[in-house]
Ligand binder design. Structure first.
Ligand SMILES: Cc1cc2nc3c(=O)[nH]c(=O)nc-3n(C[C@H](O)[C@H](O)[C@H](O)COP(=O)(O)OP(=O)(O)OC[C@H]3O[C@@H](n4cnc5c(N)ncnc54)[C@H](O)[C@@H]3O)c2cc1C
Length: 381
């Protein structure tokens, strides 16, 4: 009998998993003992980190998009469809475009995160963002034509993708304006919903003096509850209101709709064992990447490491061997600190991050990683 591994989501986690599995289970795929299907709701693989650079006119959205078929091993079937629901009892997926459900033996949820600006009144109409292709382009156009004023960068929703990206954007904006001799025409304010400027204590302690040195005003404990686009104002539930000329917000995020209806977890995030990545309470089901509630940041690097762990576990299970691979929380992240410098952090469940002095070499390393991403995702690097 052929064992069917279904992976839902063809982003970083799902793609790395599909490619790594194809490599590990080459013999079983050749003999027909196993088949792998990657379900994705669009035809392309999207590399989101490019959007940060789109906002500053350095990259185009197309640089972060390639046909999934080019990025995924030929031995993996790709099915373009939206998964509406999972029936764990029957081990079936309900798809949007066909009536008949699809049977699976093993399931991996890798559905990532999506934006939910509608959760805050006025946010969709009043705020720009760089967390999507269209948003990043609109923000770029705004920055290019804006003649000065107050820019507010507000982290509205947590958890969100790439926790460092709002700091990166703020540092880059400051530098981008200085390079153009225009910094004096702008005020910049950074807001964060807790008592510090970042969720992680070490990164917050590293970032705070750097924001101050660049004359960026900081508002912590700022939980945005409404935006008034006509007045150009954002109000926090703590009572503070900030007037803005340009609001750049990190909107609230949710996971894929079926996660909740399938009973896998709340808010679209799948409850998992943070070491084995098995979905809590469900046999033969895993979750990886942004969709998995592991407690580590929603970062592509984490999705990548988790995909490797689940590939090893699934390969062992298919061969009736004990699955022993575990995820240790490893995450790494280059953090841009301007247009030409960056720092780097690496951490796991036991070891906190320790950001160092920014260097030009680390900035170039980040750009080099972005270029080589396509080979990494394909499993060739
Ligand atoms: C601006 C920005 C900058 C970033 N910079 C970095 C960085 O420098 N370093 C870093 O490590 N990370 C960075 N990230 C985060 C990184 O992009 C994500 O953490 C990563 O993409 C997560 O991978 P994933 O596979 O979990 O989800 P995704 O890559 O989002 O893929 C999920 C896929 O599943 C599909 N899908 C969802 N629901 C369904 C469904 N029901 N049926 C079928 N398909 C579905 C989606 O369309 C998507 O294709 C950044 C993110 C942003 C937005």
């Amino acid at each position: 009998m052929t064992e069917h591994i279904a992976i839902v989501g063809g982003g970083t986690g799902g793609t790395v998993l599909a490619n790594t599995l194809a490599e590990k289970l080459g013999t079983e795929l050749d003999t027909g003992a196993v088949r792998i299907t990657l379900f994705n709701d669009g035809p392309d693989h999207v590399y989101k980190p490019v959007w940060l650079y789109v906002a500053f006119g350095q990259r185009e959205p197309a640089d972060g998009r390639r046909p999934l078929r080019e990025v995924v091993d030929d031995r993996v079937d790709i099915r373009q469809d939206y998964v509406l629901d999972v029936d764990h009892g029957r081990r079936e997926l309900e798809l949007q475009t066909v009536v008949d459900p699809v049977a699976y033996d093993k399931l991996v949820v890798a559905t990532g995160a999506k934006l939910a600006p509608e959760q805050v009144p006025g946010l969709a109409e009043g705020a720009h963002h760089f967390y999507g292709e269209d948003g990043a382009q609109a923000l770029r156009d705004e920055l290019l034509t804006m003649e000065g004023g107050h820019v507010v960068l507000s982290v509205v929703g947590t958890p969100h993708m790439c926790p460092a990206a709002p700091l990166e954007f703020t540092f880059m904006l400051d530098d981008w304006l200085r390079e153009r001799d225009r910094r004096d025409e702008f005020e910049i304010t950074y807001t964060y919903p807790i008592m510090r400027v970042h969720g992680n204590e070490q990164i917050a302690a590293w970032a705070e003096p750097r924001l101050e040195a660049r004359n960026v005003a900081v508002e912590t404990m700022f939980n945005a509850e409404a935006v008034d686009p006509d007045a150009g104002a954002i109000t926090a539930m703590e009572g503070t209101t900030l007037d803005y000329d340009l609001l750049v917000a990190i909107p609230p995020h949710t996971g894929s709709d079926f996660v909740e209806s399938a009973g896998l977890g709340d808010g679209g995030w799948v409850d998992v064992d943070r070491h084995t990545l098995e979905a809590t309470g469900f046999e033969d089901s895993y979750a990886i990447g942004d969709a998995a509630q592991t407690g580590v940041p929603k970062a592509g690097s984490a999705a990548h490491y988790q995909a490797n762990v689940v590939a090893q576990r699934l390969a062992s299970e298919v061969r009736d061997r004990p699955a022993t691979a575990v995820y240790d929380g490893k995450t790494l992240c280059f953090i841009e600190t301007g247009m030409d410098d960056a720092t780097f952090v690496e951490f796991d469940y036991e070891t906190p991050p320790s950001p160092g002095e920014p260097t030009r070499a680390l900035h170039w390393s980040k750009l080099a990683y972005n270029e080589s991403y396509w080979l990494t995702a394909r499993g060739l690097l």
